[in-house]
Design a protein around this ligand. Structure first.
Ligand SMILES: Cc1cc2nc3c(=O)[nH]c(=O)nc-3n(C[C@H](O)[C@H](O)[C@H](O)COP(=O)(O)OP(=O)(O)OC[C@H]3O[C@@H](n4cnc5c(N)ncnc54)[C@H](O)[C@@H]3O)c2cc1C
Length: 411
């Protein structure tokens, strides 16, 4: 393979693939940067179906890659929004201990945030909480002033434009179906999954970066990796608060997360485009791209059900898994979960909303990987776990990847 110009191929046009393309383009101005995305547009999956929150790094284990990249990531993301006139707002977030049993965990969270370097957080008693969110329940809260809201689809489209302006390519309708490693690079085979007859293409690459999100473990397998750790898709469903009741929530209201459970618990989020959402819950999706219960993919379902990790996970979290399923089918139960945070909210205030599917990596022991997971191989790097706050941290993750690549790749 003798390309005139060296080429790095990024598989996946979600926000992390795009953030990576921007950072690699800056680091390697003489290298051709190509993003291959199977959908007709970028940000069609996790990056386009999330809560739109700019997370500051409150929750993550001090010293973890996640904590480090969330803290630097939010600053980079805000700067990117400012430079490119992307609508965003730093509105602050309230994390609420609804009863005295949650206060110790709330304080632990505050300590965690402090260790992660968050500035300006405050522990609030009930009277002060009500000044920020007049309808909130609870006995104590942490206020995180630097968090905010944005539309990550808008961010992704600006990223796409930046990549193109810098001379990179983002090729849509290009699903990577085969990766062949050669002595000095890769042959990357793609097909257009949406167009009969299928249009195929073969690309040469000196280096590949796998940002395949919900399919990252499968893309890694195409490159010869074992799938010991597997992606398990957890759907998060939302309701919209009816316009006449949106006054119940000013900004962002979150519960104290359960330390046994990796997701944050249903919360209230004001959207940058207007409106307020409640959710997301977390239920096993019956397809990697299963945005509703009726979307079932037999291959994906078998993949999940034949994975010992999932059974171990469900055995460990029986009660929680069952409660989440019941809440998914019962608006009344969903409303009850929300009433812990905002007692005045009623079932009738909730209108159907959208859903997102989280690409959550799980070990064969049934543990959910908490940290971001980047795996380096000769001429390849795989992003094998990048859940929330992956969107906030996407540029920082891209920077981290560019730093890894530059150790092993000369332009
Ligand atoms: C419900 C929900 C709420 C969330 N809330 C927040 C939040 O408020 N704030 C926050 O910071 N983060 C949040 N996150 C997390 C955040 O959305 C993700 O961390 C981030 O979007 C991951 O980006 P990605 O590029 O890795 O994945 P994706 O956006 O899923 O992109 C992966 C891309 O790879 C493509 N692809 C896959 N296989 C192939 C192939 N073989 N060939 C070519 N292309 C392929 C897919 O089509 C897809 O476009 C949330 C996630 C969910 C699901």
């Amino acid at each position: 393979m003798a390309l005139a110009k060296k080429r790095i191929i990024i598989i996946g046009g979600g926000i992390i693939g795009l953030g990576t393309a921007i950072k690699l383009g800056r680091k390697f101005p003489n290298v051709e940067i190509v993003v291959l995305e199977k959908e007709p547009d970028v940000a069609r999956h996790q990056s386009g179906n999330n809560s739109g929150v700019l997370h500051a790094g409150l929750y993550y284990k001090p010293g973890s890659i996640k904590a480090r990249l969330a803290v630097s990531g939010i600053q980079e993301m805000i700067a990117f929004c400012q430079e490119n006139n992307i609508r965003h707002e730093i509105c602050g977030k309230l994390v609420v201990a609804v009863d005295p049993t949650e206060v110790e965990r709330l304080h632990n969270l505050f300590d965690r945030g402090t260790k992660n370097g968050l500035k300006g957080m405050r522990l609030l008693k009930r009277k002060q909480m009500l000044e920020i969110e007049p309808h909130v329940a609870g006995v104590e809260a942490v206020h995180v002033p630097q968090e905010g809201i944005v539309d990550y689809v808008e961010v992704a489209h600006v990223m796409l434009k930046k990549i193109q302006e810098a001379g990179g390519q983002v090729v849509t309708r290009a699903k990577v179906i085969k990766l062949d490693q050669k002595s000095n690079g890769w042959l990357v085979e793609t097909e257009n999954p949406n167009a009969p007859p299928v249009i195929s293409n073969t690309w040469e690459a000196d280096y590949i970066v796998n940002c395949g999100g919900l399919h990252c473990d499968r893309v890694a397998e195409l490159a010869g990796e074992k799938r010991d750790v597997r992606i398990v898709p957890f759907r998060g469903e939302y309701y919209k608060i009816k316009p006449e009741r949106q006054n119940l929530v000013r900004n962002l209201i979150y519960p104290v997360p359960d330390p046994q459970f990796p997701f944050l618990g249903v919360h209230f989020t004001r959207l940058i485009e207007g409106g307020v959402e409640a959710g997301p819950n977390a239920v096993l999706a019956l397809s990697r791209e299963g945005y509703t219960w009726s979307k079932i993919n037999v291959v994906d379902l078998w993949d999940a059900l034949s994975f010992s990790g999932l059974w171990r996970f469900m055995a460990k979290h029986k009660r929680m898994s069952w409660d989440e399923i019941r809440r998914s089918f019962s608006k009344e139960l969903f409303a009850q979960a929300l009433q812990r945070l905002v007692p005045d909210i009623r079932e009738a205030d909730l209108a159907p909303g959208g859903a997102g599917v989280r690409a959550q990596a799980m070990s064969p022991e049934g543990e959910l990987l908490q940290d971001f997971c980047l795996v380096e191989r000769p001429r390849a790097l795989h992003v094998l776990n990048a859940p929330s706050p992956g969107a906030t941290a996407s540029l920082a993750i891209g920077g981290e990847i560019a730093a890894y690549v530059s150790k092993n790749f000369a332009q």
